[in-house]
Write a protein that binds this ligand. Structure first.
Ligand SMILES: Nc1ncnc2c1ncn2[C@@H]1O[C@H](COP(=O)(O)OP(=O)(O)OP(=O)(O)O)[C@@H](O)[C@H]1O
Ligand SMILES: [Mg+2]
Length: 238
């Protein structure tokens, strides 16, 4: 079966600096794939390059069989690819609900919006309670939920999640990951960047590990959980 997303030899440069040097990975439709790696290994750069937020210097990003590398972010989101970014990037002066509605901007079928809104509120009841609150006054965990909810509002074929557990209390992380499990069960395809290995491997079917901008290790999540090389890469032991 052909993958929904296939990245081959992705390279991203920030001027003279290398963001990622050589990343290859595949995300089959319906699967949850984890992108692991320590600080600065290139997870955010990879997700941002897929979403068209940073330019691709070399390599291909094939989505649904089409090379989308070099296309602008607004065109990519319309193809069915939505990112919940690291650091949220919310409209802080707007209400929770308006932020969600803005997430639906790329949607061509406007009649779907009430249904999608209800789905997000079902996944994150906290957002439903606070639908009229200004996004800028939400707690860190609530903003994280809002960023994920906003990405879901475009009904993406592929949901890109950048460190959704960052800075959250364990109970909130658990409920966030319960939500991902429910989405997975519904057939949602997800590429999930995480520093927390245990959490990501529990949620994922398959995983890739990045090390200084290169995809160096991959395997089924259940095998990666017992692979001593994963820990070695995190600890920087060669
Ligand atoms: N705008 C930028 N300009 C220059 N270098 C950058 C820029 N953004 C990222 N980098 C560099 O690219 C490399 C990869 O960073 P990236 O943010 O992708 O890592 P990450 O795996 O997401 O890390 P973290 O777990 O800390 O979020 C790092 O060396 C980083 O310093
Ligand atoms: Mg990052």
């Amino acid at each position: 079966m052909s993958a929904l997303l296939r990245i081959e030899h992705l390279e991203v440069r920030y001027g003279d600096l290398i963001g990622v040097a050589d990343v290859s990975l595949e995300v089959p439709a319906g699967s949850v794939v984890a992108l692991l790696g320590s600080n600065g290994s290139g997870k955010t750069t990879t997700l941002n390059a897929i979403a068209g937020i940073v330019p691709v210097s070399a390599g291909t990003v094939a989505f649904d069989g089409e090379n989308i590398a070099g296309q602008p972010a607004y065109a990519i989101v319309r193809k069915g690819l939505a990112l919940s970014p690291e650091g949220w990037r919310l409209f802080t002066q707007q209400s929770v609900e308006n932020n969600l509605l803005l997430g639906a901007t790329p949607l061509s079928d406007r009649k779907r919006i009430p249904q999608l809104l209800e789905r997000v509120y079902a996944v994150f009841p906290r957002l439903a309670e606070r639908r009229n609150q200004r996004a800028g006054t939400m707690s860190g965990g609530e903003r994280q939920m809002l960023a994920v909810g906003r990405a879901l509002m475009s009904e993406p074929k592929l949901l890109l999640l950048d460190e959704p557990s960052l800075g959250l209390a364990p109970a909130i992380v658990d409920s966030m990951y319960d939500a991902f499990a429910a989405l997975h069960k519904d057939g949602q395809t997800i590429l999930l960047a995480e520093q927390s290995v245990d959490l990501a491997l529990e949620a994922a079917d398959y995983a890739y590990v990045l090390q200084v901008g290169r995809s160096v290790l991959q395997g089924p999540a259940t095998e990666m959980a017992h692979n001593p090389d994963v820990q070695k890469i995190y600890l920087g032991i060669e």
